[in-house]
Design a binder for this molecule. Structure first.
Ligand code: ATP
Ligand code: MG
Length: 588
């Protein structure tokens, strides 16, 4: 234990780090920090210190105490002069320290690892797809292999060109660079040939039973008449020809795998391999009407594409036996199947099907509605693609179906955007604060407490606005600091009637422990709206209050920013400008 103590107390680097974290956090939170925040930050940077947590907490207490005694301006100055030149708090170096689960090694017997990401173009990609494709890409990168992006487009009823484009664009935004891009439909001829082959070889049969009967018989574990006639190869061949020459129409015939109706795994009870879909295909139009199911197309394509490791989510577990059997029957090379867990979040849909339903029902705007976790929504909402990547990789290849807190993604994103995001003042539900003896003046405000992002000049008269939340907490005769402006003494509070507070100018000294609030000046403000996305479901139902809109005043310089510029409204949170008078809340 002695060694431990001396490690901490004599370790200059750790001391400096604690100081820097405390100063930085205080400077971002109106001058005060606390032990827990500093502790969790330092442990994420140096998890090895967990072993010495008691000593560490003692050290942090002392530092937090002394940092809190400084006022904001002093904290910023100190942080700037003491720590800005080393990169202790550099976002890049912190970035690498996300508490992560490294990807397990692959079993490799081939000369080159080939992975693939096979989305169906039936919707916009979401954060779950980001997890899948990033793991695929990461393995290809680590093993010096290749990544294939394969559009699994074999169900024309659900697929659209718009979705191919969205997937391609959003993956590009995410920074994913596939080595090969292809469509399953490119190979439709081969797939048809192999479908015919597996049938003529006796491993599959054409079934013309009614869909409901098929379902019942599968449940009751009974073979249908089509299968029983299976030994009659002429009969089977004739029906196969009819299927491919267009004699049969949609829902009149399918090809079924000859599995085992007694199998406990219901997937193996003669699953469908091909069906007729007469809707036009987005790429092939009406030329093709016989389409393989995912169960048939996935193993065949993986095998033909040279995929060595087929990574897929655990929900396909029961389909693995079929995947292997189909390749066995066709005498095709078998890729290794590697499983990982689906990424899901509490109260937020991470499934195209569920999202599509919300859109079709008119509950949300579209695929980029800011409440969603689609990549287009996360982009619109101001998330940096690097944050998504590092979040996904921090989860690793876990099989456990845990739902990570969304806050983790937010905090990774905050670390990335914080140093490059300007600060502005915004007051929610404004209340006028009339400074009785306030003179007209101009003040220069820093656009960032630590980074050099410039300054802005603000004209101030004796009419100032503060947020209602702050106003209700004020008391008569209280002294408060209007951040970076001056201190006032509160004289009268009349929130109910006039919504006015009167105050008198006190002085401009930095006084320890004085309450600090943000403000906007009447001479320099604009009405402003902030949209706050919240969890879409509440108790498994659509949450009608999931998109909160709040109004207030912001400094008018916000109007000069281009749309999609992130800003941090001091003591409020990070937002991204959307339209001229509106921003979307990113996170605190
Ligand atoms: P959805 O349920 O959203 O419709 P899907 O599984 O039908 O998703 P596909 O386009 O078939 O979507 O998926 C492409 C790949 O992305 C699959 O390999 C699938 O395992 C993976 N994937 C889809 N959703 C998630 C998720 N939530 N977490 C991890 N991987 C996912
Ligand atoms: Mg699917």
């Amino acid at each position: 234990m002695k060694g431990v103590c001396s490690l901490l107390s004599s370790n200059e680097e750790i001391h400096r780090l604690v100081n820097a974290i405390a100063l930085k956090n205080a400077s971002e939170h109106s001058g005060s920090t606390n032990v827990n925040t500093v502790l969790s930050r330092i442990l994420s940077l140096k998890p090895e210190l967990k072993k010495e947590i008691k000593t560490l907490i003692e050290e942090i207490k002392v530092v937090v105490d002394s940092v809190n005694k400084l006022d904001l301006e002093q904290q910023i100055k100190y942080l700037d002069s003491t720590y800005s030149k080393d990169n202790l708090l550099d976002p890049k170096s912190r970035h690498e320290h996300v508490d992560s689960h490294p990807l397990p090694e692959l079993e490799v017997s081939e000369s080159q690892v080939v992975t693939r990401f096979p989305p169906e173009p039936n919707g916009y990609p979401h954060i779950g797809h980001a997890k899948a494709v990033i793991i695929d890409e990461e393995y290809a990168r680590v093993y010096n292999g290749k990544l294939i992006l394969r559009f699994d487009d074999t169900n024309p009823m659900n697929e659209k060109l718009e979705y191919y484009d969205a997937i391609r664009n959003d993956l590009e935004w995410l920074g994913v660079k596939p080595d090969i891009i292809k469509n399953t439909s490119d190979d439709i001829k081969i797939l048809h040939e192999l479908g015919k082959k597996i049938t003529t070889n006796g491993y599959a049969y054409v079934c013309t039973c009614e869909i409901n009967n098929i379902r019942t018989m599968r449940m009751q574990q009974v073979e249908c008449p089509c299968r029983s006639n299976f030994d009659n190869s002429e009969y089977n061949q004739e029906r196969l020809d009819k299927l491919f020459d267009g004699t049969y129409h949609q829902n009149e015939a399918i090809i079924r795998f000859r599995g085992n109706m007694q199998d406990k795994n219901t997937v193996m009870r003669d699953p469908t391999l091909f069906r007729i879909i007469e809707a036009p295909h987005p790429l092939l139009g009406q030329k093709v009407t016989v389409w393989p199911t995912y169960d048939f197309a996935a193993p065949v394509e993986d095998s033909l594409d040279g995929v060595t490791h087929a990574l897929r989510t655990k929900e396909y577990e029961l389909r693995n036996a079929l995947y292997q059997d189909i390749l066995d029957r066709l005498e095709l090379r078998k890729p290794k199947v590697v499983e990982f867990s689906r990424l899901e979040f509490e109260n937020m849909p991470v499934s195209k099907r569920k999202i599509k339903k919300l859109i079709d029902d008119g509950m949300i705007e579209g695929w980029d509605d800011p409440r969603l976790l689609t990549l287009s929504a996360l982009r619109r909402r101001g998330f940096d693609p690097k944050a998504i990547r590092s979040f996904v990789l921090s989860l690793g290849l876990t099989l456990a179906e845990t739902k990570p807190p969304f806050k983790t993604l937010e905090s990774i994103n905050r670390k990335i955007i914080d140093p490059i995001t300007i600060r502005l003042f915004f007051v929610k539900d404004p209340i006028m604060l009339f400074v009785q003896d306030g003179k007209d003046t101009k003040v220069k405000l820093n656009n960032h407490p630590t980074s050099s992002l410039g300054t802005r000049e603000v004209e101030v008269s004796n009419v100032i606005y503060i947020s209602r939340d702050d106003a209700v907490a004020l008391t008569k005769d209280e002294h408060v600091r209007l951040m970076e402006l001056y201190n006032v003494k509160i004289n009268e509070i009349d929130l109910e009637n006039k919504k006015i507070i009167t105050a008198s100018y006190l002085n401009n000294e930095i006084i320890k422990d004085m309450k600090k609030i943000q403000w906007v000046s009447e001479k320099n403000m604009t009405k402003y709206k902030i949209i706050i996305p919240k969890e879409i479901y509440q108790n498994d139902r659509f949450n009608p209050e999931s998109l909160e809109k709040i109004e207030g005043y912001a400094e008018s310089s916000i109007l000069q920013l281009k749309s999609r510029t992130p800003v941090q409204f001091v003591r409020f949170g990070f937002c991204i400008t959307e339209e001229k008078f509106t921003a979307i809340f990113i996170h605190r």
